[in-house]
Each structure stands twice: as C-alpha cells, then as structure tokens.
Write a protein that binds this ligand. Structure first.
Ligand SMILES: Nc1ncnc2c1ncn2[C@@H]1O[C@H](COP(=O)(O)OP(=O)(O)O)[C@@H](O)[C@H]1O
Ligand SMILES: [Mg+2]
Length: 165
C-alpha cells in the first residue's frame, strides 16, 4: 500500500464522511494535520471527525483560541495555528503534552509549524476542485504508524461511498 491516497469529495457531506472513515481508524496519541487554503474544508473535516467521535455540541474554528478540547469516544484536541508566525510561539501549544494526554489531535494549518511536529503524523492536504463543491484531499503518511491503517481507511471510505485512489 503506497503511503499516499487521493480522496475525491464532491460535497461537504462527503468530506465529513471521509472524516468519519478516518475517525474510525484513529486512536489515542494520533496526530492529523490539515493543510490547504482558506475555505478548503479543514474545519468541515474536523466537524465530521468530531461528529463521528460523538462529540456533543458544535465544533467551530478555534482560530482565536488556538486550541479547543472536545470529548467523545476519544478526546479530540482541535487546533488552528493559522495565526502562528514564529515557531517559538508553538511552545505555548504544549504539543507534546497534548499528544501524550490520551486523545487524538487535529491541527488546521499544521504545515505552518511543521518543524515542531513529531516524526509521525497523517497529513491531509485539501485543494479546491473544478466545481464549487469539489475538493481533493491528498492523504500522506509521514513517518511510520499510519501505513498499516491505510487499507482499512480506504475500505471504510468505499463503504461510505467516498471515492479514493
Ligand atoms: N467538498 C467539500 N468539502 C468541504 N467543504 C465544502 C465542500 N464543498 C463545499 N464546502 C464548503 O466550503 C466551506 C469550507 O469552509 P471551512 O471548512 O471553514 O474551510 P477551512 O477551515 O479550510 O478554511 C464550508 O462552507 C463548506 O460547507
Ligand atoms: Mg478552518
């Protein structure tokens, strides 16, 4: 299984279904970063992920708080580091403590703090497609720890009617 996968989404619902398929594969300590321009669907993905974990209440973009903690089947840490300009600002995020605290962590704009990230994580790079609601989600396994879950993820996507290749 190659360490990369392309997911095709034609609607916000499909992006949420993709997130639900990923949530199924996630466990405590996992890190997922979401990259892509404003409006690409990073927050929509996190909303689908939270819903799949059974997080009660709304999941909004934590741009001004940097970090929101939600509780569902797993604890979900939702970060948005758009406003971070210098790497030393990441210290206040306490990223390694978060990752060790027994939840799953999702970071919007995670590529902005790539040098502060651990050796293994999953990267979802979201791009706009041809039509308004089209998105391409490029899934890349960074380091080991994800490759062995990609087949199950792909299967779960197919069960939800989401195309990947
Ligand atoms: N295929 C799609 N995937 C995700 N969002 C989509 C899609 N099609 C339309 N949208 C809409 O695009 C917007 C994405 O916004 P948002 O998730 O806040 O983006 P970001 O967090 O990347 O800035 C939402 O209004 C969402 O409903
Ligand atoms: Mg966002």
């Amino acid at each position: 299984m190659p360490p990369e996968l392309l997911v095709v989404s034609n609607s916000a619902e499909q992006t949420r279904a993709c997130a639900a398929a990923l949530a199924e594969q996630c466990r405590a300590g996992d890190l997922v970063i979401l990259t892509g321009d404003l409006g690409a669907g990073k927050t929509a993905f996190c909303q689908g992920f939270g819903a799949a974990l059974g997080v009660p209440g709304p999941i909004t973009s934590p741009t001004f708080t940097l970090h929101q903690r939600h509780e569902g089947r797993l604890v979900m840490h939702h970060l948005d580091v758009y406003r971070i300009e210098q790497l030393d600002e990441t210290i206040e995020l306490g990223l390694s403590e978060l990752l060790e605290s027994g939840g799953v962590t999702l970071i919007e704009w995670g590529d902005k703090i790539r040098l502060a990230l651990p050796a293994r994580y999953l990267e979802l790079s979201m791009e706009l497609g041809e039509r308004d609601d089209d998105r391409r989600i490029r899934v890349t396994c960074v380091g080991d720890g994800w490759q062995d879950r990609m087949a199950a993820f792909t299967e779960s996507l197919a069960l939800r009617g989401v195309t990947s290749c």
